[in-house]
Ligand binder design. Sequence first.
Ligand code: GDP
Ligand code: MG
Length: 442
Amino acid sequence: ALTEKLTRLVKEMRGQARITEANVQDMLREVRMALLEADVALPVVRDFIARVKEKALGQEVLGSLKPGQALVGIVNKELAATMGEGVADINLNAQPPAVILMAGLQGAGKTTTTAKLAKHLIEKRKKKVLTVSGDVYRPAAIEQLKTVTKQAGAEWFPSTPDQKPSDIALGALDYAKKHFFDVLLVDTAGRLAIDEVLMQEIKDLHAVLNPVETLFVVDAMQGQDAVNTAKAFKEALPLTGIVLTKLDGDSRGGAALSVRQVTGAPIKFAGVSEKIDGLEVFDAERHAGRILGMGDIVALVEQVTAGVDMEAAQKLAAKVKSGDGFDLNDFLAQLQQMKQMGGLSSLMDKLPAQLTAKAGQVDMDKAERDIRRKEGIICSMTALERRKPELIKATRKKRIAQGAGVQVQEVNRLLNEFEQMQGMMKKMKGGGLMKLMKKMGG
Ligand code: GDP
Ligand code: MG
């Protein structure tokens, strides 16, 4: 997570208009620490920091953004760009069956991911999928693939421990051709550590199968060691993609950056649970946030944003947490809080670039006028109406609209929005104030 020190440095750097060698040094040291804490390998961190420094130096700091915030924005953007480059779904551009070879250490999640991918290809790409296990060292591993393949709704091709992996592969390939399968997923033997014999075996498999995808499956919890594993597999095989598993654990997932850098292959998917549907398309922006601790960036921005009524925000959060009714008074308090922060546009200016990319498409002036109008409508309501919005029927609506100088439809719109917000608050149970405000801004 971004440290307290970094927060302090950001504050100290306020009012400087440009990122310079002098003001960036301490900041970069902290960013370096944050990356190391996230388990990004040291050489990868060095490389990355050098790149960021080059990009950042001399950069003008725009608007109300401070150099520290701008730098965090640059770091975040560069992280996302590095990890997101070339990301695409599974490539199936081959004479069917398209073969996908799974590679990685034992326990990385190859067998599980094979089944998850089968399900993904069946459901999202409407493909007919066959799986086969080349893991002849552990009979249980073949059974495991059989079980999870069934869960995925795909077909499993039998193999036995007395067969040679390349014979198994050829048999499965032949069967897949004859039965018009679109995809053949080949699970392979696990390795506890890099082992010459087993490396040769997977190279042979690759030669026999000529796969369109060779996926390197790597455990996100592996941290620093991921670099050496990735190097060894890259030397043995032409990797076409990475699957980062166990992202549901507490690791900050720095392995993603390391493995991406070492192999040059795109990170295609993320494993997010043990279950068969626990596979997601890799989201580089979100992952950059995780590595840096985006929650902390948001907190950071909240702290440096002048004029935030923290007390009111906390009261509101407590209310949501306790599940007390969220009424129109709270809705009004939120609107007013947004104005206190100096308007939406200045709030958005203060957020790191990644966060504002989407918000940038919103017309801020219009959004602010909108807030003022909503405020006007709520102010035309009686105390009772604000507490019990369900009382507001046709006659009351007309009176409120007249009071606020708007059409009745606008009162309806506000009430709808309030209801949506109320539903959201119930789901959120506190903690997501920033998210909420972004939503209101949009
Ligand atoms: P293999 O040896 O590479 O085939 O690894 P397995 O597929 O057998 O997985 C090893 C262990 O990791 C199993 O207990 C899986 O349930 C678990 N696992 C795999 N992927 C994930 C994931 O994305 N999240 C979690 N929490 N567990 C996973
Ligand atoms: Mg396995």
